[in-house]
Design a binder for this molecule. Structure first.
Ligand code: C5P
Length: 303
């Protein structure tokens, strides 16, 4: 018996970052959009907890207890007083350490899959609580769609969207560490009174209207200067996408993936080709959103 869950990547259409809090985290106004690039997490019974991973970048994924998928299985098992005796297999397609919440997706996916495999019957609230313990972006991976995350990003309010937005994602060589990017944000803002983060009304209106031009004009990412400072070559990727006709270009979350909003699926294909030809990225992926969050695809016989 095995259970497979499909979980989407995210792009932050607004990432407003406040000053560092006493606990080291930053208050955010984080507008998430789930996009159609997916990891698939399959769990099946095993003697002890173990994690395997296949797909692009799989060699950079930790297979020990630091993997959010392993931690999700352990936390759910502990809460229900049972052993975390599962094999978690991750089929990776979301860029690793790319600022698209790939690790968070695996955490949310493993949690939902173990809940189904074990027949735990945890409520949505319980699952969301465990997600928030696992990491700031994990609750959004569970719910998907579009949402405003406040606090450290884990307190979610679902947002209405009036249409589908088309994107191209330029995947860089290697990853960027999220704590390192936040650390660089703090360094760049040393001595500055960082204002409290607020969601942009203009941006929320653009999402609700499904208007790509209005959304393009409102996209912001306060972590972008920090990501560019740590990886200056990303400026060339952003320029290449803009030159190719993208409506807007920005770093995705903490990077180094860069995101390009385009008008439709056809422009997505031509922009992706132009980005590849520019040789300023490793690969370019096309995806649209919003899409649903973690979804059980079904159960089957373990391989
Ligand atoms: O919550 P998560 O484990 O994904 O966060 C990873 C790191 O990113 C944190 O250790 C912290 O350095 C940084 N972070 C932050 N403020 C947030 C979210 C993450 O400083 N709101």
């Amino acid at each position: 018996m095995s259970v497979t869950v499909r979980v989407p990547a995210k792009v932050n259409v607004q990432l407003a970052v406040g000053g560092a809090r006493p606990d080291g985290f930053h208050d955010l106004a984080n507008v998430f959009l789930a996009v159609g690039l997916y990891d698939e997490v399959t769990v099946s019974p095993a003697d002890t907890l173990r994690v395997t991973c296949e797909g692009p970048g799989a060699s950079q994924v930790p297979l020990d207890r630091t993997n959010l998928a392993a931690r999700a299985a352990e936390k759910l098992a502990a809460r229900y007083g049972r052993p975390a005796d599962v094999h978690v297999h991750i089929a990776k397609d979301i860029p690793v350490a790319g600022g698209m919440a790939g690790g968070s997706a695996d955490g949310a996916g493993a949690l939902l899959a173990c809940d189904a495999l074990w027949g735990t019957g945890a409520s949505r609230e319980e699952l969301l609580d465990i997600c928030a313990e696992l990491g700031s972006d994990v609750p959004f991976s569970l719910v998907g769609g579009a949402a405003l995350g406040t606090g450290r990003g884990e307190k979610l309010r679902t947002l209405e969207t009036g249409g589908t937005f088309h994107w191209v994602f330029a995947v860089a060589d290697g990853g960027l560490s999220t704590p390192a990017v936040y650390g660089e944000f703090d360094r760049l803002n040393e001595g500055v009174e960082v204002p409290a983060p607020v969601a942009s009304t203009r941006l929320l209106d653009a999402l609700a209207a499904g208007d790509p031009d209005a959304l393009a004009a409102a996209l912001t990412n306060d972590l972008q200067p920090a990501a560019l400072s740590l990886r200056p070559s990303l400026a060339r990727t952003l320029d290449a996408g803009t030159a190719a006709g993208a409506l807007a270009a920005l770093v995705s979350g903490s990077g180094p993936t860069t995101a390009f909003l385009v008008r439709d699926a056809e422009s997505a294909a031509t922009t992706a080709e132009a980005l590849l030809a520019s040789r300023t990225c490793r690969t370019a992926r096309v995806a649209a959103g919003p899409v649903p969050g973690a979804t059980v695809l079904g159960s089957g016989t373990a391989p």
